[in-house]
Design a binder for this molecule. Structure first.
Ligand code: PLP
Ligand code: ZN
Length: 397
């Protein structure tokens, strides 16, 4: 039995039952900041016993994932990815304690596999046989693969700007792929109207408890891989912000259970042509103004982050952190540098995090030396489709 005991509102403290696939909104004050709470005492006992008989994937942490009976499901093995110590990339910048959480090792090579695994397991448990998702690319592919294995029909809405091979890969898994001539925020609206008209389940990303909770397994894995220690910093490239939203749920839970002695500072990196969070952060605002994306890195092109930004802003205020942007060119350069120094091929969306690290690093050495201290930033990465995702070969020349 792992389902949340209750949902609790971050704003007013109201507690209410968890109902799968009902958008998590506080019944008292209508806030979207409701968080799932589990039987942490029982889970902590399991952890202290070494979490025996658990698989080496995200289901290792099934006690804090929103499913009634994971053992009854044919679970999709996402997660359980390696944590690499940076050999040359970070040491070349003067840092010896930097780690990469290598999400290329997931079933479709991105951290969205975690989201797909938990969301599709929840669909299975609740008898849902057809669903709709809008995506900037990687979530669509991840859901398509997980749905294929579960025998769930999936409708995928992607903008026509998404690299062709992502569309093809989703179609290969049997998803119905709809290309929308518009940006991602418009595509999301069309997907939502379609789901409503056909009365189908729409994946709600950051407002969906299974999607959000799935990402916390990244935090649990990192901490376990570091010998039950938290890194000083966590760094990630961000589009809509679901990744760090969920990851921090995990860090906070472990902190509250007394398993780690701090919650890491958060570094959010966006592509300069789609950086509504960075603009708001630098202006000291807790809400982001939507923008029309203008970046080649379509995977990171959420122009309207909505409430996710406010949540991430709050995290940076509570635990410390920064939001920075990098140009597309800086991302491509970082991609080359990473490949040449670590032998790791990642796609441009991931390279954004690495470019952000380089930039902050440069700024830190110029201005505020204490900024990075002894860091262990971690970032998901993915190797496939980097050529066409950057529209040509010039970045390698
Ligand atoms: C490789 C990669 N990095 C980062 C992101 C940003 O995701 P989010 O902002 O939803 O956490 C994505 C989104 O698909 C991605 O595929
Ligand atoms: Zn409330």
């Amino acid at each position: 039995m792992a389902a949340p005991l209750y949902l609790e509102c971050n704003l007013c403290g109201n507690q209410q039952p968890y109902v799968p696939f009902v958008p998590a909104i506080c019944q008292k004050c209508e806030s979207q900041w409701v968080e799932a709470h589990y039987d942490y005492e029982a889970f902590k006992r399991e952890i202290l016993r070494g979490i025996p008989n658990r698989p080496n994937n995200l289901w290792r942490f099934q006690d804090v994932l929103p499913l009634n009976d994971p053992s009854a499901l044919n679970l999709y093995p996402a997660g359980g990815t390696p944590l690499w110590h940076s050999n040359r990339f970070a040491p070349d910048l003067g840092h010896s304690a930097v780690y990469f959480k290598d999400e290329r090792y997931g079933p479709t090579s991105s951290f969205k596999d975690r989201q797909a695994a938990v969301a599709v397991a929840a669909m299975n448990e609740n008898g849902i046989r057809e669903a709709v998702i809008a995506s900037t690319g990687n979530a669509a592919v991840a859901y398509a693969a997980a749905c294929a294995r579960a025998g769930i029909k999936l409708w995928v809405f992607m903008t026509s700007l998404v690299p062709q091979e992502k569309l093809r890969e989703a179609a290969l898994f049997g998803a119905e792929v709809i290309r929308v001539s518009g940006n991602y925020d418009q595509t999301k609206q069309i997907a939502s109207q379609f789901a409503q008209r056909k009365n189908l389940l729409l994946d709600r990303g950051a407002s969906s408890v299974p999607a959000r909770e799935s990402m916390k397994t990244i935090a649990y894995e990192i901490v376990e891989q570091l010998g039950w220690r938290a890194p000083d910093w966590y760094i990630q490239a961000v589009s809509g912000g679901l990744g760090p939203l969920g990851v921090y749920q995990g860090f906070k839970e472990m902190f509250n259970m007394g398993l780690i002695n701090k919650v890491p500072k958060l570094a959010i990196i966006q592509a300069e042509g789609c950086a509504p969070m960075v603009h708001a952060f630098k202006a000291g605002k807790d809400t982001a103004t939507p923008i029309i994306p203008d970046t080649r890195i379509i995977i990171l092109s959420t122009g309207d982050p909505g409430k996710a930004y406010t949540y991430l802003w709050n995290l940076t205020q509570q635990y410390g952190g920064v939001m920075e942007s990098v140009t597309d060119l800086e991302a491509y350069e970082a991609m080359k540098a990473l490949a040449k120094s670590e032998g790791m091929a990642v796609e441009p969306a991931t390279a954004v995090a690495f470019a952000g690290f380089q930039n902050c690093q440069n700024k830190a050495s110029l201005a505020k030396m204490s900024w990075w201290r002894s860091i262990a930033p971690v970032t998901p990465s993915r190797s496939k489709s980097m050529f066409s995702a950057t529209n040509g070969q010039w970045m390698f020349t």
